[in-house]
Design a protein around this ligand. Structure first.
Ligand code: FES
Length: 424
């Protein structure tokens, strides 16, 4: 499957931004996203209730103490995973800050390639212009807010499907139809709103928070901001652009996005109980976890040896990198797959799996088919676990739990990072 036929990295979340939250963000010093919001007719009453909501969420944040050592710590309260106000609060603080993976360079390999997507309530459009430069915009027409492009593919310009306003691949407004008596209108001020875009290795990143910066492609600064000191380690361990893109699988799961992340970050704790098939291919005694600033790396030796006639899906070593807040890179045997966990609501997320393989195996259909079936089985098992956890979190029986100190340090690290950003 090619990227043009694959589903785009679209995020389907419907806006859950209440009038209260909109007003809140207008009152904060904010960036491109907030600048997009039309003026609201706020009132002191609404402002006051926004402050109450903010205080309420801050109190929930404070229910987790990141400074308590893992041996004594409680996990975050269940409200972090169930409360609609907290979800909204978290969306702005976690996802609209810092670099976020949104796609792959393969999706915009050639001039005029583009893809669209959604992160929280931000609709975005990424494209490559005729000179090879990558651009990203809010995918929102400056006339009456229609989405300008959808899906992915190739375009020489973007024509709004509503009234035909036309934008160049650099976002400039090229044509505004039937505007002949308009006054005080400068086309140069009505291009698509820019977003910060960068690439690292095979990944396309957006930063929805910052002022627009000069483009950073393959830039060490972006690598350092996104991955911290782990950037070099990943590059040296097979996370690079040399692999061939294969296909995408998309799952909608009835759980908070953090439930899926937590499940990933338990140091293989659940593997022998919930993934018996996978466990037989791994040497779980070799499981180890290393935490970096915003990344944790779990690694594990393979449980079987590779022979010339029988390629092993998992290979001799598996590496599972979690990049805060919601991106996972799994490198094992000849494979790399990535998991992007997108929040769709307090109890709903979408997880996008993209599969890459070492180039010499990209035509080995039998091996690929077998591997994808094995991978799918693991996803099905994880979905069942995550949906069960969400239901448990919503019951009155549970408020918070404990960590297994020798295996769940990556999860603890994730919760500490979340706490830090939610407190800022
Ligand atoms: S909304 Fe795009 S041209 Fe009218």
């Amino acid at each position: 499957m090619t990227m043009t036929t694959a589903t785009t990295m679209a995020v389907l979340l419907k806006p859950m931004i209440s009038a209260q939250r909109l007003l809140l963000f207008q009152t904060q010093k904010h960036t491109s996203i907030i600048a997009q919001q039309p003026k609201q007719h706020g009132s002191l009453l609404v402002a006051s209730s926004v402050r109450q909501s903010d205080n309420y969420c801050q109190n929930l944040v404070d229910e987790f103490d990141p400074n308590i050592p893992i041996e004594k710590a409680l996990t975050p309260p269940s409200s972090w995973y169930t409360d609609p106000s907290f979800f909204d609060f978290e969306l702005h603080r976690v996802f609209y800050r810092g670099w976020q993976a949104v796609g792959y360079t393969e999706q915009i390999k050639n001039p005029r390639d583009f893809f669209t997507g959604r992160l929280g309530n931000v609709e975005f459009l990424v494209c490559r212009d005729d000179d090879g430069k990558i651009h990203a915009f809010h995918n929102v027409c400056r006339h009456h807010a229609s989405l300008v492009a959808s899906g992915n593919g190739q375009k020489s310009c973007f024509v709004c499907p509503y009234h035909g306003w036309t934008y160049g691949l650099d976002g400039a407004l090229l044509k505004a139809t039937r505007m002949n008596r308009i006054q005080n209108f400068d086309v140069n001020e009505f291009g698509l709103k820019l977003l910060n875009v960068a690439t690292w290795g095979p990944f396309v990143l957006l930063n929805l928070d910052k002022e627009i910066l000069p483009q950073q492609e393959g830039d060490d600064t972006v690598g350092n901001e996104w991955l911290g000191s782990c950037s070099e380690f990943l590059g040296a361990n097979g996370v690079d652009s040399s692999l061939s893109y294969l296909c995408r699988r998309v799952y909608e799961i009835e759980c908070n996005w953090k439930v899926f992340c937590d499940n990933y970050l338990d140091g293989g704790y659940h593997v022998p109980y919930a993934h018996k098939g996978l466990a037989s291919g791994l040497n779980l005694n070799s499981y180890s976890t290393t935490t970096y600033e915003k990344v944790s790396i779990q690694s594990c030796d393979g449980g079987s040896t590779e022979s010339e006639d029988d390629i092993d899906r998992l290979g001799s070593k598996a590496l599972y990198a979690f990049i805060y807040p919601n991106f996972m890179i799994n490198r094992y045997g000849p494979w790399m797959d990535t998991n992007l966990v997108l929040p769709l609501g307090p109890r709903k997320c979408q997880v996008i799996f993209d599969y890459f393989i070492e180039t010499h195996l990209k035509d080995d259909k039998d091996f690929i088919e077998r591997s994808l079936v094995d991978s799918e089985r693991v996803q099905t098992e994880d979905i069942k676990l995550c949906e069960g956890v969400q239901r448990g979190l919503e019951t009155p029986a549970y408020s918070s739990g404990r960590y297994a100190p020798t295996v769940e340090n990556a999860m603890h690290h994730f919760h500490q990072l979340l706490h830090d950003i939610l407190k800022e």
